[in-house]
Design a binder for this molecule. Sequence first.
Ligand SMILES: Nc1ncnc2c1ncn2[C@@H]1O[C@H](COP(=O)(O)OP(=O)(O)OP(=O)(O)O)[C@@H](O)[C@H]1O
Length: 266
Amino acid sequence: MTDERITYKNKNAESESDTTEERKTVIRIRDVRKSFGDNHVLNGFHMELHEGENLVVMGRSGSGKSVMIKCLVGLMAPDSGYIEVMGKEIATLNRQTLDELRSDIGFLFQGSALYDSMTVRENIEFPMRRHKEKLGAVSDTTTLVMEALENVGLGHTLDLMPAELSGGMQRRIALARTLILKPKIILYDEPTSGLDPITAKEIIELMRSIQIKYNTSSLIITHDVDCARVISERMILLVDGINYAEGTYAELSASTDPKVEAFFKK
Ligand SMILES: Nc1ncnc2c1ncn2[C@@H]1O[C@H](COP(=O)(O)OP(=O)(O)OP(=O)(O)O)[C@@H](O)[C@H]1O
């Protein structure tokens, strides 16, 4: 089978060396394959995320984006291929090491997933309990919680319940909860889904300012072309289980390849 991947800029998509990139590679996925019976979801997917980078992965519904993320964080084992996060090969890690590694990865999933019965403060404190080793003994969590809340512009919501907040505010709180562990990598799964265009734009701006402030590396899974345009430094289009096309928004949106064009048609 011929390899029909389209790569702009870095022609050597499968380069083994970091020297071709100025920035350190924090996630490396090589030739990952995953099938469910006859459903071949990932067919040799490659991806690299570099330190401080905003990488957007776009794919149609059911193209395997969630499967890829699950393999990346060790929630699902690929059939074959290699996955490394911050220098550690996921397949070789025991539960404890995997847990430690996950504390350096922030997740912002679809729908925010705040605990309805907990206040904003309790929601944000929640991951601190789980990752005590990382944060050390914290006698007063208020300063840390307030710092995280102020970073998302919601310092006044400390004692409110999620039901008292708008969808956009809930998404911000979820981001504050992610930031409290000072993650090195943030995985965003559809960060703007279900939000009106103005709120979506605010969330995108917030993601950008957080990326600059914390120098996090961000992997953003989205269908939202506007989100990709504003936030991505580089994009990967996941088609037929492979990284079908790779490049900047400007490069990909100017492509005349029919499968690439399909992503940018309004
Ligand atoms: N645990 C599983 N068992 C069987 N099939 C699965 C499993 N998880 C995912 N799949 C299948 O893998 C394919 C890709 O699913 P995935 O959830 O990764 O898509 P997606 O790109 O994230 O879609 P969406 O954008 O709609 O969230 C689908 O056909 C799905 O049915």
